[in-house]
Design a protein around this ligand. Structure first.
Ligand code: CP
Ligand code: NVA
Length: 301
C-alpha cells in the first residue's frame, strides 16, 4: 500500500529513526561523490502555491541526485490555479508521475490529494504543518549533539506550522520540549492535549522560563506566508520573543540555535546571534536535502 507524508504523525517512531539513519548514509556518500540512483526512471511532481527557496531546491537537487526527474508546477500556471478539483488533479498526476510534493495553504488540500492519488503525497508545508522541516531538524540536532533523547529542546515564537510539527515530534519521541508562545498565537489544541500527557512537555508565555538550561533553541518568522496583512500587530505581539544575547544567558553555554529560514534579522533573532550560529543554521538548511532524499527513496522503492 502506498504511504503518504502529510504530517509527521503519518509515520512511526521506528520509521523516523530509519529515515534519520538513511539520511546519514546518503549525506556521507554524497560527500564522497558516490553515485546512488534508486529513483532511476521515476518522476516526481512538485506543486507550489507558496514561495520557496530551500524546499524547492533541496527537493529538485535531491531528486536529480537519486536519478529521478522533477516536474515543477507553479499552481497559478496550472489548471489547479483555475479551479480544477484536487481529486481530478490527483488522479491525472497519478497517471504520469510516481509521487507528488505539494506546498499549499490548507492542510485539507494535501489530505484530499493523498486520498485521491494512487501515489505517495509529501507535504512541503501547509498553514498547519511543516513535517519535512522537523524531520530534518531532528537529524541536525542528532548530528551536532549525538542524539535528542536527553536534550532540552525549546521553541520560541509563533504557534505556526513549524511549532505544530515540533509538537508532533515531541509526541512521537517523548521529547523534552518547552515552548514560549503568546496566548493568542498558540498551536493546535488537539496537539497540545496529546503533548501535555508527556510530563517533559511545557508551554508558557515566558521565553526566559522556556530557555532555562536549554540545549537547543528553535525559532521561526513571526509572520508566515499568507499572514502579511497581520505584520504590524504580530510585530507587537512577539516583540518580547526575540532571540538575543540577554535571553541566551539562561540557556546552556553550548546551546544550539536553529532557524528553519528565511530569517528576519532583529525580529525573531538578532543579527549577531544569527551570525554566531550561522554554521548550525546553514547545516540545518543543507540537511533538508539529505533527509528528503531518504524520504523519497523510502516512499518510492
Ligand atoms: N525552510 C523552508 O521551508 O524554506 P523555504 O520556504 O525556502 O522552502
Ligand atoms: N512559518 C513559515 C515557515 C517558512 C519556511 C511560513 O509558513 O511562512
Amino acid at each position: 500500500m502506498k504511504r503518504d507524508f502529510t504530517k509527521l504523525l503519518d509515520i512511526s517512531r521506528d520509521e523516523v529513526t530509519y529515515l534519520l539513519e538513511k539520511a546519514k548514509y546518503l549525506k556521507d556518500i554524497r560527500t564522497r561523490g558516490i553515485e546512488h540512483r534508486p529513483l532511476n526512471g521515476k518522476n516526481i511532481a512538485m506543486i507550489f502555491e507558496k514561495a520557496s527557496t530551500r524546499t524547492r531546491v533541496s527537493f529538485e537537487v535531491g531528486i536529480h541526485d537519486l536519478g529521478g526527474n522533477a516536474v515543477i508546477m507553479n499552481a497559478n500556471e496550472t489548471q489547479l490555479g483555475r479551479g480544477e478539483p484536487i481529486r481530478d488533479t490527483a488522479r491525472v498526476l497519478s497517471r504520469y508521475v510516481d509521487a507528488i510534493m505539494i506546498r499549499t495553504y490548507e492542510q485539507g488540500v494535501v489530505e484530499e490529494l493523498a486520498k485521491w492519488a494512487s501515489i505517495p503525497i509529501i507535504n512541503g508545508l501547509t498553514d498547519l504543518y511543516h513535517p519535512c522541516q522537523i524531520l530534518s531538524d531532528l537529524y541536525t540536532i542528532a548530528e551536532f549533539k549525538g542524539g535528542f533523547d536527553n536534550l532540552k529542546i525549546v521553541y520560541i515564537g509563533d504557534g505556526n506550522n513549524v511549532a505544530n510539527s515540533w509538537i508532533e515530534a515531541s509526541i512521537l519521541f517523548n521529547l523534552n520540549l518547552s515552548m514560549a508562545i503568546p496566548q493568542n498565537y498558540r498551536p493546535l489544541d488537539m496537539l497540545l492535549e496529546k503533548a501535555k500527557k508527556n510530563k517533559k512537555f511545557m508551554i508558557t508565555d515566558d521565553p526566559y522560563e522556556a530557555v532555562r538550561n536549554a540545549d537547543v533553541i528553535n525559532t521561526d518568522v513571526w509572520v508566515s506566508m499568507g499572514q502579511e496583512k497581520e505584520m504590524e500587530e504580530r510585530k507587537l505581539a512577539f516583540a518580547s520573543y526575540k532571540i538575543d544575547d540577554d535571553l541566551l544567558k539562561n540557556a546552556k553555554s553550548d546551546v544550539m540555535i536553529m532557524h528553519c529560514l528565511p530569517a528576519y534579522r532583529n525580529q525573531e533573532i538578532t543579527d549577531s546571534v544569527f551570525e554566531r550560529y550561522q554554521n548550525i543554521i546553514f547545516t540545518q538548511a543543507e540537511n533538508r536535502l539529505h533527509l528528503q532524499k531518504a524520504l523519497l527513496e523510502w516512499l518510492l522503492t
